[in-house]
Design a protein around this ligand. Structure first.
Ligand SMILES: [Zn+2]
Length: 432
């Protein structure tokens, strides 16, 4: 078991007991944090990292992603969600094969790792391939198959997405002491049917899985659901038991106070994706009101194709300023709230003991270089992190006690090979 000691660190812990520590020590043994404090702990360590001039903090939890969609960065810009999906994204997605999905997953993971993400909740297809790439990259992931059903007949024994969920669960759920978890998933209310909701909810319950669903992303989707079922997406899925276990609802732009009451009562976490929602013209999710209603709100980038990058610092800043502007209130969402959404709230949403720098938590840690021009001077560490930092200020990423990225170098991914594969194979396959 490798041991490591961070010394002379400014630590943003996200632990209410000691939120910010100066000149502190953090020790890591194997996959876990074993000490956090200002006195040097006893013992020898395999490695010491001097953190002078840097901030040590929890790695980000990107709670809503579609990792291989990095291939579609900038493709189909300027359309709303339905046109973008039907005329650009779905036709390209029909061309995936495992080899293309693998190298694009690698590319997406590399971008996230370099900008400080240590944990993701991903919804996509070819999840066995994504699981292999996550396993190799070193971060943690809740992976799900976004279940779709457009037909009125449904047989879970032969349905492609049900088979894929069973395979994902059997082959990957709990891998490497829970580093990879399978979540059940319904892509969205408007892309599926009640028979699939019932089966997926029962499968999640029987196998102890979480749930991951797109909810009320656009007004037309939300209103069409009410016209179809007489209920909002949150409510009609609740009728079918979809929220009975741990669950994450992505977007929630058009959700109502009645929806928030269901979410708070059932413990459904909302994933805020402000960059994607603004880019696609979907709207502004009522995040401060949802938080007041007791909903756990976390943060996601959504797929690169609708963002157009996976730098969670960008979504964190946008979340922190967007709601102030929308509500004409500079206190509508505090920078500390945005930081919680990107770390500890995401950990809760994904059912993981991470997102906090405290004894016993997963050693998912990043170092941010505060000697950079854009972080100088520093009147407030939290303010600089949320309003002024970029993903490229991250100089180290440790996932479960292993340094996987340091000073621009990837230690688990071969960037030259990934670039060759993406440019030489995946892009011609998808767009050629
Ligand atoms: Zn999405």
């Amino acid at each position: 078991m490798t041991s490591l000691l961070f010394t002379h660190a400014t630590v943003v812990t996200m632990d209410p007991a000691q939120p910010l520590l100066q000149d502190a020590y953090v020790s890591v043994d194997g996959p876990k944090i074993t000490f956090v404090g200002t006195a040097r702990p006893f013992g020898d360590y395999d490695r010491e990292i001097d953190c002078t001039g840097k901030v040590l903090m929890p790695g980000f939890v990107n709670a809503h992603t579609h990792v291989p969609m990095v291939a579609m960065r900038g493709y189909g810009d300027g359309n709303d969600l339905q046109d973008w999906l039907n005329h650009y994204i779905f036709p390209v997605e029909a061309r995936w094969d495992d080899r293309a999905a693998a190298c694009c997953a690698d590319l997406g993971l590399a971008e996230m790792i370099a900008s400080g993400v240590t944990c993701i909740a991903d919804m996509y297809m070819r999840t066995g391939v994504i699981a292999q790439r996550v396993a190799a990259a070193g971060i943690s992931a809740n992976l799900s198959v976004g279940g779709v059903l457009f037909s009125d007949t449904f047989d879970p024994g032969t349905d492609h997405d049900c088979i894929a969920l069973r395979e994902l669960t059997e082959q990957w759920h709990g891998y490497d002491d829970g580093r990879i978890l399978a979540d059940a998933s319904i892509h969205a209310e408007y892309t599926s049917r009640p028979a699939m909701w019932d089966w997926t909810a029962a499968y999640a319950r029987d196998h102890g899985l979480g749930m991951h669903v797109h909810i009320s992303e656009t007004r037309s989707e939300h209103e069409a659901c009410i016209a179809r079922h007489g209920r909002t997406p949150i409510q009609v899925l609740d009728d079918h038991g979809v929220w009975d276990g741990r669950a994450i609802a992505a977007h929630c732009v058009w959700t109502t106070p009645e929806d928030w009451a269901v979410m708070a009562a059932k413990g459904v976490s909302a994933v805020h994706n402000p960059m994607s929602n603004l880019k696609l013209g979907s709207g502004i999710a009522p995040i401060p009101a949802m938080r007041k209603a007791g909903v756990n709100v976390c943060l996601g980038t959504d797929g690169v194709s609708s963002n157009n990058c996976t730098d969670l610092f960008g979504d964190m800043k946008l979340a922190a300023i967007l709601h102030n502007g929308a509500n004409c209130d500079p206190l509508a969402l505090l920078p500390g709230d945005a930081l919680s959404m990107a770390t500890v709230n995401g950990a809760k949403a994904l059912g993981r003991h991470t997102g906090v720098v405290a004894n016993g938590y997963a050693a998912d840690l990043i170092l941010v270089d505060f000697s950079r021009l854009n972080l100088t001077p520093c009147h407030s560490v939290i303010s600089n992190l949320v309003y002024a930092a970029h993903g490229c200020d991250v100089v180290m990423n440790m996932a479960r006690g292993k340094v996987i990225y340091e000073n621009g170098e990837f230690l688990t991914l071969d960037l030259d090979r990934i670039r060759r594969e993406v440019e030489g194979y995946a892009l011609p396959k998808l767009f050629g």
